[in-house]
Design a protein around this ligand. Structure first.
Ligand SMILES: CC(C)(COP(=O)(O)OP(=O)(O)OC[C@H]1O[C@@H](n2cnc3c(N)ncnc32)[C@H](O)[C@@H]1OP(=O)(O)O)[C@@H](O)C(=O)NCCC(=O)NCCS
Length: 241
């Protein structure tokens, strides 16, 4: 697909998402091949949304994500401990600005050692199979390269077929050890393309987020107006009785 086609498809998809505000429509699956997905780097303000996302994972998903069935308290501790200065945390938002998918790229830069990184990801059950997991992985790879971190590590359980597929497709070397699987990825050095890609991806995500914010504000305003109208109508009925 050419860049023009990708941009045209992305613009169309953006418009479609903007108009998609009924919860029923949001629940429908949709394909994302050939469409830029807005992936936002998250900051400390997003802690509550990150917490809500992770708490919405089932016990089994928590087991796959963290390697143990994290309790609500353990997840809360994890979220409070996130280091937004050192690491990169990404989110994909729905039109209600809830995080439907997120990734944590932990950057390990110890003096005297080669820089390295560890990748973890989660996608809410209803949003799986759309390519969000794979896109978050690609986004993290670009950032790691631009940070001159050329090694990435992913810990997955052997049963976790989608995660292993994402890592394998990304070129990772997979080592299985019973129930555990480790994936090691050597990243190419950064170049102009990786830097431009990150720049464009961030700008696109920023624009998309602010459009969603405006749209959410607008729909909240409409809902308020509707509420007031109903209140007035109700009061009128009561005084007429
Ligand atoms: C792993 C996870 C992030 C994948 O997210 P996702 O958005 O559904 O993944 P994608 O849509 O990008 O699909 C990734 C690939 O796995 C494949 N896949 C999906 N389900 C599969 C399955 N059951 N078996 C084999 N492959 C599968 C997809 O077809 C896709 O491959 P393709 O690009 O060749 O078509 C998601 O399942 C999840 O959040 N699981 C719980 C947490 C977790 O396991 N985290 C990973 C450990 S860090």
């Amino acid at each position: 697909m050419t860049l023009v086609q990708t941009l045209a498809k992305t613009t169309f998809e953006g418009g479609r998402q903007l108009l998609r505000f009924s919860t029923e429509a949001q629940a429908q699956g949709h394909r994302t091949e050939g469409v830029l997905i807005p992936i936002s780097p998250l900051c400390t303000d997003h802690r509550p949304a990150i917490l809500a996302h992770l708490l919405a994972l089932s016990a089994h998903d928590r087991y796959l994500r963290f390697g143990y069935t994290a309790t609500d308290e353990q997840i809360e501790r994890y979220v409070n401990g996130l280091n937004f200065e050192r690491d990169e945390i990404y989110g994909i938002f729905n039109s209600n600005l809830d995080i439907v998918a997120m990734a944590h790229l932990a950057l390990i830069k110890e003096p005297g050692h080669e820089f390295s990184s560890e990748f973890g990801v989660s996608v809410l059950a209803h949003a799986r199979g759309r390519g969000y997991g794979a896109r978050l992985f690609e986004r993290a790879v670009i950032h790691a390269r631009n940070e001159k971190v050329y090694q990435m590590y992913i810990h997955a359980l052997t049963e976790n077929a989608p995660m292993i597929r994402i890592a394998r497709k990304g070129g990772a070397h997979i080592e299985r050890d019973g129930a555990e699987t480790e994936a090691f990825l050597q990243l190419p050095t950064r170049n102009l393309d990786s830097r431009l890609t990150e720049l464009v991806a961030n700008q696109f995500a920023k624009t998309n987020y602010s459009i969603k914010e405006d749209a959410k504000r607008f729909w909240n305003f409409l809902a308020k107006v509707q509420e007031i109208r109903q209140g007035v109508r109700h009061a009128r009925h009561q005084s007429a009785e």
